[in-house]
Design a binder for this molecule. Structure first.
Ligand code: PMV
Length: 325
């Protein structure tokens, strides 16, 4: 193989119905289906260059050379993609995020979506089927499969590797929602989601969370499709609370919240009572993504300004699909 490169961009996504726990950790087959929204203003840009002169893969993230588990994970994913083409050529991966990595803003989703797309393109593998692209991205990081299609997406639990992928359920223009992320901590989180998924079954609540997941997915899908904010708020907060109940009762227990996280969670219902269309959903970190309508954004920002411990507020609107640039 001669030197071949390609560049792709992908947006992270915020899950309205969460993915937590796998029924197969190596294939990253989820216990339950999930629903999310891509985030337009947040971007991962990844250039992959396959070069026969390289002895090992090289991975640079935000201008920092990566080693250890970060590099291994990228290499393992490249091996999967190289295997499709039957080549062993090593690659240089150059990736940049315009948002903090590892702070519960799901950087692994956009990272593996962009890596999958760029690498396949550079390898000359034509993926005519978006489902297959989403399936492959899933193998790098589960939530990455949801960053492949556009706008609001649903990741089907599926019955096997073949039918567990994400599809778009509505384009970005469908609903004028905003993700207003209260950044409480922008450093790398201690326990990443890959570890968290593995211990999810140790919580006695995980089984109940999973058994009830189809109901939540259906309610959320209907709320999105009918632009029913009150219904979305209710199911989204319930789902986030259920996931954190599982996290807190896993062995070892995972506590991702900081005092400011809880301060916001407790305040949001009163902000809603005062007329704002806003709801929280929290991932594997202390930051609080607040989903609100465009009309409520100024009010949400104003209220956030009196909460202590907030380092930054990041605004993102519904985003497009992963693409070659
Ligand atoms: O794709 P992962 O392994 O980073 O898992 C994502 C897990 C959550 O962000 C907590 C939930 C979700 O569905 O995005």
């Amino acid at each position: 193989m001669s030197i071949n490169s390609a560049t792709a961009i992908a947006h992270p996504n915020i899950a309205f119905i969460k993915y937590w726990g796998n029924r197969d950790n190596s294939l990253r087959l989820p216990e339950n289906s999930s629903i999310s929204m891509n985030l337009e203003e947040l971007v991962t840009r990844t250039r992959v260059t396959f070069d026969p002169a390289l002895k090992t893969d090289i991975f640079d993230l935000n201008n920092l050379r990566q080693s250890g588990s970060e590099l291994q994970r990228v290499s393992a994913h490249l091996n999967l993609l190289r295997g499709i083409r039957g080549v062993a050529t090593r690659a240089h991966v150059l990736s940049e995020n315009n948002f903090p990595s590892g702070a519960g803003i799901a950087s692994s989703a956009s990272a593996f979506a962009a890596l999958t797309l760029a690498a396949l393109h550079a390898l000359g593998i034509e993926m005519n089927n978006a489902k297959d692209l989403s399936r492959l991205a899933r193998r790098g990081s589960g939530s990455a499969c949801r960053s492949i299609p556009s706008g609001f997406t649903e990741w089907y639990r599926g019955s096997s590797d073949m039918d567990s992928f994400a599809v778009s359920i509505a384009p970005p223009s469908h609903w004028d929602l905003v993700d207003c992320i209260a950044v409480i901590e922008s450093r790398h989180k201690k326990t990443g989601s890959s570890e968290g998924h593995k211990i999810a079954p140790t919580s006695p609540f995980q089984q109940m969370r999973v058994a009830d997941a189809n109901r939540r997915v259906e309610r959320c899908r209907n709320a999105v499709l009918s632009r029913d904010f009150a219904a979305l708020a209710e199911i989204m907060e319930e789902d986030s609370n259920m996931m954190h109940a599982v996290m807190m009762t896993s062995r070892p227990s995972l506590f991702y919240w900081e005092p400011s996280t809880i301060e916001i969670m407790k305040a949001v219902p009163s902000w809603r009572k005062a007329g704002l269309e806003v709801a929280y959903t929290i991932d594997a970190g202390p930051n609080v993504p607040l989903i609100c309508t465009s009309a409520s954004l100024d009010g949400v920002r104003h209220r956030l300004s009196s909460v202590s411990g907030i380092q930054d507020v990041i605004i993102a609107r519904p985003g497009g699909p992963a693409k070659i640039v």
